[in-house]
Ligand binder design. Structure first.
Ligand SMILES: [Zn+2]
Length: 330
C-alpha cells in the first residue's frame, strides 16, 4: 500500500479550515427561489448499525434476513414521486451483495457516494487500513454506477480528533468531499466545536459538509435527520430547518437510513433499553414524515447542491449502457 510518509498526524485546528466563497455561483440559490437543501441516505442494513452490534456481531453478518434492497427501493420510489434527487452513501458490503441496487440508484439520477466498505469506524482503523477501505469501496461503486465517486461519509460520523490523517487519505484516493461530521455533543459521536457550515481543509483542499445543526438557547441542536428527526415531532425539524435556511442562510444537509422506513424489520433481543428505543421507535411514521419534508423544502444531491458535480466521468468498460450523464445536468 502506498502511504505517503508526509502524512500529518498533527491535529486539525480551527485555523486549518477555510469557509468557501459563499458568493460563488455554485453556492447560490437562483434569485427568488427557495433555498435548496441536500438530501442523503446512508445505505446499510439494520444489522450493520453500531448500536445493535451486541445483537448482530460482525462475524454473524451472513446470517440475518436481508432487508436493505427492499427498503432502499422504497426510498427510491418515494423520491421519484416527490421529484427529488439525493446522494446515496453506499456501504461496500451492500454493493457487493446487491449490485443491481447501486445500478438502479445511478440510473435514477441520484449521486452514488461511499459509506466505506464494512462500516468500521475510522478511528478504529490505521491510516493504511482506512486508505485500503476507501479504495476498495470506490472501485466497486464506480464499476457499478459507471460514474466517478467523489463523496464519502464515515460510519457513525467517526472522523474526529483521533484521525487527523483522514482527510489526506480521502484526497489520496480521489474523493472531493466528506460529510462525516455532526457538529453537536452526542454520546456516540459528535464534533461540538466544528463549524456548522461547509469548510475546506486548507492542507488537502477537501470540502467537509457537516450534517445540519442549529444554535438555539445557547445550544447546538441537530435538525439533520437520524434519530432526531424520527423520534421528535415533525414540527421540530421543520421549524429548525426553516430557521437554518432563513436566519443563518445555510442549506441543511439531511441524512436517513433505509431501515428507518422498514417497520417490519426483525427486532433484536437483549438490547439495552436506550438502543431499543432509539432504533425501533416511530419507524411506521417515518415515511409520512419524509413525504412532508420533501414537500415542505427544496432538495437535491450533495454534489450538485455544493457545486461539486463538474467532475469528469470515469471511463468504465462494463458501465451500464443507460448510465445517465449526470454532470451534464449540473
Ligand atoms: Zn452508517
Amino acid at each position: 500500500m502506498d502511504v505517503s510518509p508526509a502524512r500529518s498526524n498533527r491535529m486539525l485546528e480551527a485555523a486549518d479550515w477555510q469557509a468557501p466563497d459563499w458568493q460563488a455561483p455554485d453556492w447560490q440559490a437562483p434569485a427568488g427561489a427557495a433555498m435548496v437543501n441536500a438530501l442523503s441516505v446512508d445505505v446499510e442494513d439494520y444489522y450493520h448499525v453500531w448500536a445493535l452490534s451486541g445483537a448482530y456481531p460482525r462475524d454473524s453478518w451472513h446470517l440475518p434476513e436481508r432487508r436493505v434492497d427492499a427498503s432502499t427501493r422504497r426510498l427510491l420510489a418515494l423520491f421519484e414521486r416527490a421529484g427529488v434527487k439525493a446522494t446515496f452513501f453506499v456501504l461496500g458490503v451492500v454493493a457487493e451483495e446487491f449490485p443491481d441496487l447501486v445500478r438502479e440508484i445511478a440510473r435514477g439520477g441520484h449521486e452514488v457516494a461511499s459509506h466505506g466498505y464494512g462500516h468500521q469506524k475510522v478511528f478504529e482503523l490505521t491510516p493504511e487500513a482506512f486508505t485500503e477501505d476507501l479504495r476498495r469501496t470506490k472501485d466497486l461503486l464506480e464499476e457499478l454506477a459507471g460514474r466517478a465517486v467523489i463523496g464519502y461519509r464515515a460510519p457513525s460520523f467517526s472522523i474526529c480528533e483521533r484521525t487527523p490523517w483522514a482527510y489526506e487519505c480521502l484526497v489520496e484516493t480521489g474523493h472531493h468531499y466528506s460529510s462525516s461530521l455532526h457538529p453537536i455533543a452526542h454520546d456516540h459521536y459528535g464534533a461540538p466545536d466544528h463549524p456548522r457550515h461547509p469548510v475546506r481543509c486548507q492542507q488537502t483542499g477537501l470540502l467537509e459538509i457537516p450534517v445540519a445543526v442549529v444554535e438555539r438557547f445557547g445550544k447546538r441542536l441537530s435538525c439533520g435527520g437520524g434519530g432526531f428527526f424520527r423520534l421528535l415531532p415533525y414540527a421540530w425539524s421543520r421549524m429548525n430547518i426553516a430557521r437554518l435556511n432563513r436566519l443563518d442562510g445555510l442549506p441543511a444537509t439531511f441524512y436517513l437510513h433505509p431501515w428507518e422506513v422498514d417497520p417490519g424489520q426483525p427486532v433484536a433481543e437483549r438490547l439495552p433499553a436506550r438502543a431499543r428505543l432509539r432504533h425501533y421507535s416511530r419507524l411506521s411514521a417515518m415515511e409520512g414524515k419524509l413525504e412532508r419534508l420533501l414537500r415542505d423544502f427544496a432538495w437535491d444531491r450533495i454534489d450538485r447542491r455544493y457545486g461539486l458535480v463538474h467532475t469528469p466521468a470515469v471511463q468504465v468498460d462494463n458501465a451500464p449502457a443507460a448510465a445517465p450523464r449526470l454532470a451534464a445536468t449540473a
